[in-house]
Ligand binder design. Structure first.
Ligand code: GN1
Ligand code: MG
Length: 355
C-alpha cells in the first residue's frame, strides 16, 4: 500500500512502528531517503475514516494560516498529509482496508515516562499551544470521527449492558473489584456532560488522544515540537484533553505497570504541565473552564478504566491485546490512578486555584 502514495521514488523499507492500540502503523523509507508514516485505520473503531482525513485538511489549513506571518519556524508542527497517487487523501485496498500516509517528523523521540520538570513543561506547552491554535476554529466545521468518544455516560451505559451479559466466565477477585469500583462511581460519569448541557463548558476543537507517546520531542533540544495521532481531532471539550494528558503523562508508572497499584498521579509533574498549559491558554480559558479541571483529571482515568473493563467483559474486541486478562489489568491500573486522584483532591484543587 505504500506504493499507492507518491513518495517521490521507489520504496526501500517498510517496518511496524509505534505502540498504538487501535490502528496498524508502519514507517516507510523511500529511495529518496524520505520517511513517512503509513497507517491502516481501524474500521471497527472509526466508522467513516474519510472523515478523519477531511478534518485533517481543515485543521492543517487553519493552523497554516495561523502560523503564517510568524517570523520564525512554527513552534508546534503537525504532521502533513501525503496524498495518494490518484489525488485523494487516502487509499483503499482490495479488502476495503483504509490507508493514509503522513510526513514523519525527523529527529524526534517519544518518551515512555516523564523524568523531570522540563519534560512536563514541554508537554503543557504543546497541549496549550494546540488548543491556542485551534480555539478560533469553529468545531462545527469538523466531523465527529468517533461518535460519543469521551462521552462517559455512554460508556457507562455500555458497561451496564456488558456486565449483564459478560463474555468472560471467570469472576476473579480483580473482576469483582472493578465491578464494585465502577458501581460506586456511577454519578462521576455525568460531570462534564452535565456542565456542557448547562452551557458552562463549550465545545471546541480537541485532539482527543493526548497520551505521552503522542508528543514528539526534539532529539537534541528536548523541546516538544509536535503532537501526532490526529484521528480523534473533532468537536469536544478541552477538558477531555487536559484530563487525558495528566492521566497519561503525570502517572510515572505508565499504562501497563507490573503492579496496577503502582499507578498514581504525581503532583509535581501535574503542576509543571498545568503551569505551562495555562500560560499558553490564559487568553481564552474561563472561570468555568478552571472550575472543571479537577473533574476532568478525576473523570478521564476512570473513563479509560471503564472502557478497558467493558472491553474485557465484551471479549476484547476494541483495544489490541496480546494476552487474556490484559484489558482487566489495564482497567485496574486506571482505577488505581483514579483512586490516587481522589486521595489528592484537595491538593489538586488548590494547585489549579493557585496556578
Ligand atoms: C487508544 O491507539 P492509541 O494508543 O492511540 C485510544 C485512546 C486511549 C489509549 C490508551 C481511538 O489510543 O482513547 O486513551 O488507547 N484511542 C481510541 O492507551 O480509542
Ligand atoms: Mg490514538
Amino acid at each position: 500500500m505504500a506504493g499507492a502514495f507518491d513518495l517521490g521514488g521507489g520504496i526501500l523499507d517498510v517496518r511496524a512502528h509505534g505502540q498504538g492500540l487501535i490502528n496498524d502503523t508502519f514507517l516507510v523509507t523511500a529511495d529518496s531517503g524520505q520517511r513517512v508514516i503509513l497507517q491502516r485505520i481501524n474500521r471497527h473503531v472509526f466508522p467513516e475514516p474519510a472523515r478523519i482525513m477531511a478534518n485533517l485538511r481543515i485543521l492543517s489549513e487553519h493552523v497554516r494560516k495561523r502560523q503564517a506571518g510568524g517570523k520564525s519556524a512554527p513552534e508546534l508542527r503537525l504532521p502533513g498529509i501525503i496524498p495518494a497517487r490518484d489525488g485523494k487523501d487516502f487509499a483503499v485496498d482490495a479488502r476495503g482496508g483504509f490507508w493514509r500516509a503522513m510526513h514523519f517528523i525527523d529527529n524526534t523521540i517519544t518518551l515512555t515516562a516523564i523524568t523531570g520538570k522540563a519534560q512536563a513543561e514541554e508537554v503543557g506547552f504543546a497541549l496549550g499551544r494546540f488548543h491556542a491554535l485551534t480555539h478560533d476554529l469553529d468545531p462545527a466545521r469538523l466531523h465527529e470521527t468517533l461518535p460519543g468518544f469521551h462521552n462517559a455516560p455512554m460508556y457507562f451505559a455500555r458497561f451496564l449492558r456488558a456486565s449483564a451479559r459478560p463474555r468472560v466466565s471467570a469472576a476473579s477477585r480483580e473482576l469483582l473489584y472493578c465491578l464494585d469500583f465502577v458501581e460506586t462511581r456511577r454519578g462521576l460519569t455525568r460531570v462534564l456532560e452535565t456542565a456542557k448541557r448547562k452551557g458552562q463548558l463549550r465545545m471546541s476543537v480537541i485532539h482527543g488522544d493526548t497520551k505521552l507517546n503522542n508528543f514528539l520531542f526534539d532529539a537534541n533540544t528536548g523541546r516538544a515540537v509536535s503532537l501526532i495521532d490526529l484521528d480523534t481531532v473533532q468537536p469536544g471539550l478541552i477538558h477531555y484533553d487536559i484530563g487525558d494528558c495528566l492521566r497519561s503523562c503525570a502517572n510515572p508508572a505508565g499504562e501497563s505497570p507490573g503492579d496496577p497499584a503502582s499507578a498514581r498521579l504525581d503532583l509535581d509533574i501535574s503542576q509543571a504541565i498545568l503551569e505551562r498549559y495555562f500560560a499558553e491558554t490564559r487568553g481564552f480559558l474561563t472561570h468555568d473552564d478552571r472550575d472543571y479541571i479537577y473533574d476532568a483529571i478525576h473523570l478521564i482515568p476512570f473513563e479509560l478504566g471503564l472502557r478497558f473493563f467493558t472491553d474485557h467483559l465484551e471479549g476484547d474486541h476494541y483495544f489490541k491485546t496480546d494476552r487474556p486478562g490484559q484489558n482487566l489489568h489495564r482497567a485496574m491500573t486506571q482505577f488505581a490512578l483514579t483512586l490516587s486522584v481522589e486521595k489528592n483532591e484537595g491538593k489538586i484543587r488548590s494547585l489549579v486555584g493557585k496556578l
